[in-house]
Design a protein around this ligand. Structure first.
Ligand SMILES: [Zn+2]
Length: 299
């Protein structure tokens, strides 16, 4: 397959087998058997170094055919993480009563509502690919503008260079067309605007063998290496990358519009391919041990 960002060749490293989408919950055994399973496999781009799924499920299957269950306020831990995120934005002086904010993947509107509670006159818009979550947001927070949209793909009717801040938490890594996603962020972001986003940290997955972050909804997996390769190429200057323990380890990245894009071939190191092979070998050993234990228990 070709890379979802730079179109170069992606070499498959690890085929995990057939899996249904992970963020879908069924209310009966019959319904669970009817859910489509697809090959889940990851590989690394030979040019930009982005680790990504080699089989992509359409947004329709992931967010429309099934009610997408992930909810940004699904635990007290998550709620305190988003409260901390808002405080961090305040500390970085990115928020005020005149700020225009777009949140891509606004989910049930929890974070935008938090921002609204601090800055009642801020101008807030949320987009989400899940009609179910958009209806939840409209129900819970009628004062926030929410639009059903697959960012960068379907028409969002937003004005260019309008937003001071674009937020995208745990959404960039869900995009099947990362190049179009980033290009649309550049379009809608003001010339002196900031793009702030969180993604699960691939480097932590490598360090701690957290391969459970590999699933169909996660189309790609960002490392510091791929962030520092892709964002300057896409026309952003990376201001900071901070590590938090959310999602078992996440990067919070602050980027701003760059004067110009760094064109030409992207330069990468090869560690992602090697690290992915190592984590695959560890997981396969764990699988063998579990299967042996199971056989012993059945005797
Ligand atoms: Zn690439």
């Amino acid at each position: 397959m070709s890379c979802i960002y730079c179109n170069s060749e992606v070499i498959e490293v690890w085929n995990l087998g057939e899996f249904p989408p992970s963020d879908t919950f069924c209310n009966s055994e019959k319904a669970s058997l009817e859910i489509l399973s697809e090959k889940l496999a990851v590989g690394v781009c030979t040019s930009c170094g982005l680790t990504q799924n080699t089989v992509l499920l359409s947004e329709k299957i992931r967010y429309e055919d099934n009610d997408y269950a992930y909810n940004s306020a699904n635990s007290s831990y998550a709620k305190s993480h988003w409260a901390n995120f808002t405080e961090d934005l305040k500390k970085k002086k990115l928020l005020n009563n005149k700020v225009k904010v777009l949140e891509v993947g606004a989910n049930d509107g929890f974070l935008l509502n938090l921002i609204k509670s601090h800055f009642p006159n801020s101008d807030l818009t949320g987009l989400d690919a899940s009609p179910f979550q958009v209806s939840k947001a409209n129900e819970n927070f009628p004062n926030i503008k929410m639009i059903h949209n697959i960012f960068g793909i379907s028409d969002d009717l937003l004005s260019n260079h309008f937003f001071d801040i674009v937020i995208g938490n745990n959404v960039l890594n869900h995009s099947n067309q990362l190049n179009k996603f980033l290009s649309r962020v550049k379009d809608v972001l003001a010339k002196d605007g900031f793009f702030i986003f969180e993604v699960p940290a691939l480097d932590v997955m490598f360090l701690k063998n957290k391969w459970d972050m590999i699933y169909h909804e996660h189309a790609s997996y960002f490392s510091i290496n791929s962030i520092l390769n892709i964002f300057p190429n896409a026309g952003f200057e990376v201001v900071s990358i901070e590590l938090s323990d959310y999602h078992g380890g996440s990067f919070r990245v602050l980027a701003k519009q760059a004067e110009s894009s760094l064109s030409g071939r992207l330069i990468t190191t090869n560690y992602e391919h090697e690290s992915l092979s190592k984590i695959k070998a560890t997981a396969e050993k764990q699988r063998e041990t579990l299967l042996k234990k199971n056989q012993i228990n059945q005797k």
